[in-house]
Design a protein around this ligand. Structure first.
Ligand SMILES: Nc1ncnc2c1ncn2[C@@H]1O[C@H](COP(=O)(O)OP(=O)(O)OP(=O)(O)O)[C@@H](O)[C@H]1O
Ligand SMILES: [Mg+2]
Length: 316
């Protein structure tokens, strides 16, 4: 695999990509496949810009993934045992899944291969089964056949969302609830991951979890990089609230009171401890605070936002 790098900041049009053959997509009805698309992807580009993280975090993430692609393409696995696995861990609602999709898009624009990048999102719940042996077979089928086949056709990014479901810590399993089946499925997933990593240096796996302790240590040790995604700090909270309020005001111009700098400052203070999802939803909740506004977003006020945040229980 030959890889070349585009400028990080430069969104050069994919003129080369346009001439290259489109990638065959897997059947999204296949067990364990939640989404499949060719990259780059405009929706994912939007996801990347929507997520606000501490300064430098997103570019560090991108550099990490890009370095991995270059290293794995050129250095033998036995000398540098990189599995191409990047783990994003953190509390719910801090943007892990969203930034993972955005990262996939950015990697595809930065690392240019002879074939376009393919993106596959795995739905681990779609592999689970209560009947003995079935989830193991589904995992084998996914890693050993489906992912393997598509990786043979060109570079690929796999999103393993909520990875603790697939790589459950085997040592923490109780003897109830079919543990043998879970053991076998985890074993199969690890074998599949190892095989994928060795055979296909052009595969990058982005895994997310909000329950790092529940992940099998064998997966954690295969992760090349673990990023802890934090709750948004004050600056990030203010920016997320401002972006959300601006989107509402774009549709309902009379909601512009939400964008008063003083309101946003106080709101960011009031929202300490809230995650990104809660912050965005608080703007919607504000539209329903006052009875006389009758749920009309055009009649929402800055005070409504502060009330809604207070009700959400941010720690001021
Ligand atoms: N840091 C952030 N900046 C901007 N928006 C954010 C941020 N974190 C979360 N959001 C918003 O919250 C929503 C939920 O984010 P996402 O699903 O990516 O979180 P998650 O960390 O994967 O959560 P979970 O662990 O529950 O799956 C997104 O639509 C996004 O708009
Ligand atoms: Mg998520």
């Amino acid at each position: 695999m030959r890889v070349g790098t585009r400028e990080f900041g430069g969104y050069m049009a994919q003129a080369v990509g346009a001439r290259r053959a489109a990638r065959r997509l897997p059947d999204v009805a296949a067990p364990g496949v939640a989404d499949a698309r060719q990259l780059p992807d405009e929706e994912f580009a939007g996801a990347w810009s929507a997520i606000v993280m501490p300064a430098g975090t997103k570019s560090r993430l991108l550099r990490t993934a890009v370095a991995s692609a270059h290293l794995r393409a050129a250095v033998p696995f036995d000398a540098l045992p990189l599995h191409g696995v990047l783990l994003l861990a953190g509390p719910p609602g801090v943007g892990k899944t969203t930034v993972a999709r955005g990262l996939a898009d950015r990697v595809s624009r930065t690392v240019v291969d002879t074939s376009p990048w393919l993106f596959i999102e795995v739905d681990p719940h779609g592999l689970a089964s209560s009947s003995l042996g079935r989830s193991q077979r589904a995992v084998d089928q996914l890693f050993g056949t489906l992912l393997d086949e598509h990786a043979s056709a060109g570079p690929m990014i796999v999103l393993l969302d909520e990875v603790e479901t697939l790589f459950t810590d085997r040592t923490a399993l109780s003897m109830e609830a079919n543990p043998i089946d879970v053991h076998r499925a985890v074993d199969a997933a690890l074998v599949g991951l190892d095989r994928l990593a060795r055979r296909h240096p052009n595969v990058l796996i982005i895994a997310t979890t909000n329950f790092k302790e529940a992940i099998d240590p064998a997966l954690a040790s295969r992760a090349d990089w673990i990023f802890e995604v934090p709750l948004p700090d004050r600056t990030a909270r203010r920016t997320i609230l401002e972006h959300t309020a601006a989107a509402v005001a774009a549709a309902f111009p009379d909601a512009a009171g939400l964008l008063e700098p003083d309101v946003l400052d106080r709101a960011a203070d009031l929202a300490t401890g809230l995650d990104g999802r809660q912050l965005r939803k608080a703007v919607a909740a504000a539209c329903a605070v006052r009875r006389e506004a009758q749920g009309d977003p055009g009649r929402v006020s800055g005070e409504d936002l502060l009330t809604a945040l207070g009700e959400l229980g941010g720690r001021s």
